[in-house]
Structure formats: structure tokens, C-alpha cells
Design a protein around this ligand. Structure first.
Ligand code: SF4
Ligand code: SF4
Length: 375
């Protein structure tokens, strides 16, 4: 198949239904999305619904972006549209309903189905490099066409959360922490994510970068005006281009490095169409991300330097016990089960901690910070 590399950009300064509809119309026309439609097909939207947060907190895909995409498909006679995601933590019907409510999605119920089926289906792909089989939430596994509706954010473990990382929510509930445990280092985790991306293979990815997130993403960062809606059929080219716009070096983002090594992205062939990419001050990174100067060393020194850095500089979670409410959400999502709730407070045994920061992502009162020996 010929390499596409096409990424479309619309400057959209605020969540305005008319502006969003116009942007989606123009971008989907540039991408030829209409050619993919077949009468009666099942379309599944995969938003980022990490947790029950209000749209203005910039943790989740804004409901107006979902609405504009829904209206585009409905206007073309596609009526079987389901919105489905497995947020962080448990995957239950009750929790999903609460998330739809808080994330502002209930108003779309007259037009699209909000999934409440919490079963899953095993899917395999022999060509997977790190992982050949995943359990996928049922609507994604049974979709004719997946539309990835992600949010642009920084991320404590993967550096970037955009189109590629968003598909991790296709794995049901607490099977996500299990994958963190099976792939504990950054590169293996990135490799597993690319295998998952290749399996789900969304037909088109829309990135909500109107108000993005910087700093301690994906859930405790700061909303950051970016003023852009991105769309592409090429998931990898789009994440690469957006990483650059955020001031990241894309090949230091483990997922993108993995995609580059597999030949899934050709940076020199990425084409931008639509509005010009904004020139932005670099995004603030999560405190857990260190500068990757090891890759600048001669190859022979890299492995021992990385091992040493890992030992000395590895960031670890720190709980403000005074403010911890003892809800147990961190313990529930900790892959190696190294958090215990004692006398109404969470305690981490750091010996087993793999620095995945799932606990930080899930803490509803944001009392988990990143402790670094070198600031
Ligand atoms: S304590 Fe937090 S960072 Fe450490 S392994 Fe558990 S969830 Fe991950
Ligand atoms: S999720 Fe946060 S508030 Fe809840 S027990 Fe863990 S640290 Fe405490």
C-alpha cells in the first residue's frame, strides 16, 4: 500500500458547533473519508474518556468534537453509531453511565448509542511483535469502521497521549494494568501499544487539540490552548506531526520511535494540508519525564548509562497522606499490586513499583505527585 502521510489541520479557537462542523467537513473531504462508507455499516467512535471529568478540564475528548463527527456521519446516512471506551479503572455499566454524564455526552443519546455492554472479544494478529492477541471491548471488536476521537495531552509514562495512546482504551478495565505489568519498561510498552494500534486500525483519527493538556498529563496537567483540530487516516504521521507542534522530538517518544523502526511512519513524507500548523512555545512535560541525553552518547555507553539512570533517576509516585481520602482507586489500578490501604490511607511499597503512574492517573483528588531524586 502506498504511504499516505497526509495530516489535516484546522485552526479552531473554541468549542463552537458551527466551527467544528465546518472543520470536520473540510478535513474529511481532504482525507476522502466518504469513500469508506457503506450502507448499514457499524461505525464505532473511540473517544478519550479516561475518567469522569468535565469537558473544560481537558482530560477527555470534548463532547462537541464527538457531536460534530456524529453529525457528519448521520448526514451521510450512517445511523448505526456507537461510542465506546474503557476508561481507567473498573469497566462496569454504572461507571460508564456516570462518565457519560460528567463528560457531557448524554446530550448525544438521541443520535448515537452510548455503549454499556462491558463484555469483550479476543482478537489476534499474527504479525504482532510484542503481543499477538488482545481482548478488545465488544463494540470495537465488532465495528466495520473505527473512528478514533482522541485528545492531545502530555503523558507521564508515554510522554504523548494522542491518537496512538488513545487506543489503549480498547482494552477492557483492569486488563490495562495487567498489560502495564507484562510490559513494564517504556520500550516494551510502546511496542505493545503499536501492536494494539495495528490490530484496531482506525479508519480515521481526529485529535481534539483545541484545548490540549500540558504538564502532568494525562489527568493532572494544565489545560493549554492549542487552537487546532487535527484529522488523518495515517495515525502515526499525525502523532508525529502533533508531537513536533508541541515541541517534542518525536523520535524520543517511545511509541513513535517504535513506529519509525517498523517503517510505519516516514517523517520526510508527512504532508500537512488545511491551515498552517501553529508555531507554539514547547509544551511543559510531566515532571516524571527526564531529558533523554543517553541517546546522544556513543552506542557502547548507552546500555550501562540507561541502567544507571534508571536506578538513580527513576521517578516514583509520592502520596500526600494528609489529603488522601483512602478511596482505593490507586490500589485498584496498580499493576504489581504494590499499594495497600491501611487505616484509610494509601501506602506504596516502592520496591515493586514499575513507575507506570496508573495510580496518579486514577487518583480522583490529585494527591499523588512524582518524586524525582534529581529535580
Ligand atoms: S505504585 Fe503507582 S506508579 Fe508504582 S506500579 Fe503502582 S500504579 Fe504504577
Ligand atoms: S486514589 Fe488518591 S485518594 Fe484514593 S486512596 Fe489512592 S492516593 Fe488516596
Amino acid at each position: 500500500m502506498e504511504y499516505s502521510g497526509l495530516v489535516t489541520v484546522s485552526r479552531v479557537e473554541k468549542y463552537d458547533p458551527a466551527m467544528l462542523r465546518k472543520a470536520i467537513d473540510r478535513q474529511f473531504a481532504l482525507l476522502g473519508v466518504e469513500e469508506l462508507l457503506r450502507p448499514g455499516m457499524k461505525v464505532v467512535f473511540k473517544p478519550n474518556l479516561l475518567a469522569a471529568r468535565k469537558p473544560e478540564q481537558a482530560v477527555t475528548t470534548h463532547p462537541m468534537v464527538v457531536e460534530a463527527a456524529a453529525d457528519w456521519f448521520l448526514a451521510r446516512g450512517i445511523t448505526d453509531i456507537t461510542l465506546a471506551d474503557s476508561p481507567g479503572g473498573l469497566y462496569t455499566e454504572g461507571l460508564l453511565k456516570g462518565i457519560y454524564q460528567t463528560c457531557g455526552l448524554r446530550q448525544l443519546e438521541d443520535r448515537i448509542k452510548l455503549n454499556t455492554d462491558v463484555t469483550w472479544v479476543a482478537k489476534s494478529r499474527e504479525a504482532g511483535k510484542y503481543c499477538k492477541s488482545f481482548n478488545l471491548i465488544r463494540p470495537i471488536a465488532q465495528a466495520d469502521l473505527v473512528v478514533n476521537l482522541a485528545k492531545v495531552k502530555t503523558h507521564g509514562m508515554t510522554t504523548l497521549s494522542a491518537g496512538m495512546k488513545n487506543l489503549f482504551g480498547c482494552v477492557p478495565g483492569l486488563q490495562k494494568p495487567e498489560l502495564h505489568y507484562r510490559y513494564p519498561n517504556q520500550q516494551a510498552f510502546a511496542g505493545m501499544l503499536v501492536d494494539l494500534d495495528e490490530l484496531v486500525a482506525p479508519a480515521v483519527t481526529v485529535l481534539d487539540g483545541i484545548v490540549a493538556m500540558e504538564g502532568d498529563g494525562p489527568s493532572s496537567g494544565t489545560p493549554r490552548q492549542m487552537g487546532c483540530l487535527f484529522a488523518a487516516r495515517d495515525l502515526y504521521a499525525q502523532d508525529w506531526a502533533v508531537a513536533q507542534a508541541m515541541g517534542l522530538e518525536p523520535d524520543t517518544v517511545p511509541m513513535l520511535k517504535e513506529a519509525l523502526e517498523r517503517g510505519l511512519v516516514c517523517p520526510e513524507k508527512i504532508r500537512l494540508e488545511g491551515d498552517p500548523m501553529p508555531q507554539l512555545e514547547p509544551f511543559r512535560l510531566p515532571r516524571g519525564i527526564s531529558l533523554d541525553f543517553v541517546s546522544k552518547l556513543p552506542p557502547v555507553f548507552r546500555r550501562p548509562a540507561r541502567a544507571l539512570m534508571d536506578r538513580i533517576l527513576r521517578p516514583t509516585p509520592k502520596i500526600d497522606l494528609g489529603r488522601c481520602v483512602g478511596c482505593g482507586k490507586c490500589a485498584e489500578s496498580c499493576p504489581p499490586h504494590t499499594i495497600e490501604i491501611r487505616q484509610g490511607k494509601a501506602h506504596i511499597n516502592l520496591k515493586n513499583c514499575i513507575s507506570c503512574f496508573c495510580c496518579q492517573e486514577m487518583c480522583p483528588v490529585h494527591v499523588i505527585s512524582v518524586r524525582r531524586i534529581v529535580k
